[in-house]
Design a protein around this ligand. Structure first.
Ligand SMILES: Nc1nc2c(ncn2[C@@H]2O[C@H](COP(=O)(O)OP(=O)(O)OP(=O)(O)O)[C@@H](O)[C@H]2O)c(=O)[nH]1
Ligand SMILES: [Mg+2]
Length: 400
């Protein structure tokens, strides 16, 4: 395998150079923006650098007319890519190897671990390269952007494979076509949007807001209650089960007073039924729960007791996008033991990692109800616009 870097003023130029020198089987491994050197570098916009790989055996077999690749090409992962050649053989060892052998066992183990990780990285990269082989350059560039926006590799590969299979042959080099198709395909993965919808004749709709500590449950209830009350003219009531901290119940009480809606503080499941009955004529009752660790059985059992006593119409799990994808999925799985109908993602203003939203909904397959984008009540909440979200996922730096 031969790996080489190409720099040009834009992606198209770099890709053209790469294709010319490396052939059309070349695969883009990485795309980045680089600044020119020199004291006046700030006067110029950054250039685009692409790292491209080509499988030599494939080159010889499939395109005999192609010009030979220049001898300056970097051939760093070549050994790993050849199946019959050991990835690390004594002959290849650098002069430092003997010194390593003489060092303390702890250091040696650490060195071995580093090598193991390196080999693993190379294996993953080769798998990735195998997967995107044959995919047109423009689509590969979107793969890089998805990865940079924290979309999982497996999912990003799925998306670009779907795009490639839909791309008409005569549109392969057409950047606008490819972009539209990518947008449309990403949108398909995030199109399950279900905000709270109250039926005209329905009264006393009961909505529980659950989730880990500090994700924004109380603030989100305040935003929804205010918007439903002021903008939609709905009758709203609040119940809080968060009696662990004096300030918690007070926080929601203050919002309720400002909005001008009733609120009850409930201490145990037995009293919850009474409170709900009291608000049966309201259009909607929001129940705020205490932020609990999803990994503590006693916390989840307590929440379950409240939910069994109330039998809510909807349980909405509130998740913050400042949490890692794998944690988001684990948290969901724990709360889903009680039952989760929808998700609200909060704090989009604090993170550009929208890939986490895509990863999470891809794995859990539950609808998104709302996104929240700041601390302001009631403004910083919205029903997701899937096109905007897809655009953010396909944009370098990703902000909506
Ligand atoms: N930046 C940002 N901050 C938010 C957002 N939503 C809530 N917050 C802030 O996050 C902090 C915690 O919000 P709460 O609403 O108290 O969170 P909670 O989930 O009710 O917390 P507990 O009840 O303690 O579990 C507060 O400072 C909120 O202002 C958001 O969309 N963006
Ligand atoms: Mg709270």
């Amino acid at each position: 395998m031969i790996i080489k870097k190409f720099i040009a003023n834009d992606f198209k130029g770099a890709l053209k150079q790469a294709k010319k020198e490396m052939g059309s089987d070349a695969i883009i491994l990485h795309t980045s923006k680089v600044r020119r050197g020199g004291i006046f570098s700030f006067l110029f916009s950054p250039q685009v650098e692409i790292t491209v790989a080509v499988d030599e055996s494939l080159q010889v077999n499939s395109d005999r007319l192609r010009k030979p690749v220049s001898s300056t090409a970097v051939s760093s992962t070549a050994a790993a890519a050849e199946p019959n050649r050991p990835v690390f053989s004594p002959q290849d060892a650098n002069p430092g190897a003997q010194a390593i052998a003489q060092s303390a066992p702890g250091e040696l183990l650490q060195e071995l671990q580093t090598m193991k990780n390196l080999i693993n990285d190379v294996k993953v990269k080769i798998y990735e390269v195998e997967q995107i082989k044959g995919i047109s350059g423009e689509v590969q560039a979107f793969y890089e952007t998805l990865i940079n926006n924290q979309v999982e590799k497996e999912l990003a590969l799925k998306i670009i494979n779907r795009v490639e299979s839909r791309l008409p042959k005569d549109s392969k080099g057409d950047e606008l076509w490819v972009r539209d198709l990518c947008l449309h395909t990403v949108q398909e993965y995030i199109n399950n949007i279900k905000p709270i919808e109250l039926q005209r004749e329905q009264k006393g709709a009961l909505v529980f807001m659950v989730g880990p500590t500090g994700v924004g449950k109380t603030t989100t209830i305040a935003k929804l209650a205010a918007n439903m009350s002021f903008l939609e003219g709905k009758e709203v009531a609040l119940i809080t089960l968060d009696t662990y901290r004096v300030s918690a119940a007070q926080q929601l009480r203050t919002f309720a007073e400002i909005i001008g809606i009733p609120i009850s503080v409930v201490f145990n499941p037995q009293d919850l039924g009474e409170a709900i009955k009291q608000y049966q004529e309201k259009d909607i009752i929001f129940v705020d729960t205490a932020g609990r660790s999803p990994y503590k059985d006693e916390h989840m059992e307590e929440l379950q007791d409240f939910i069994e006593a109330a039998n809510p119409d909807e349980i909405i799990l509130v998740l913050s996008v400042t949490t890692d994808s794998s944690d988001l999925i684990n948290i969901y799985q724990q709360f889903n033991l009680i039952g989760v109908d929808k998700i609200i993602f909060t704090k989009l203003d604090e993170s550009c990692n929208y890939g986490r939203i895509l990863n999470t909904v891809y794995h859990i397959r539950k609808p998104i109800a709302y996104l929240t984008t700041g601390q302001s009540v009631p403004d910083d909440i919205e029903v997701p616009d899937t096109l905007e979200l897809a655009r953010a996922l396909l944009r370098e730096g990703g902000a909506i």
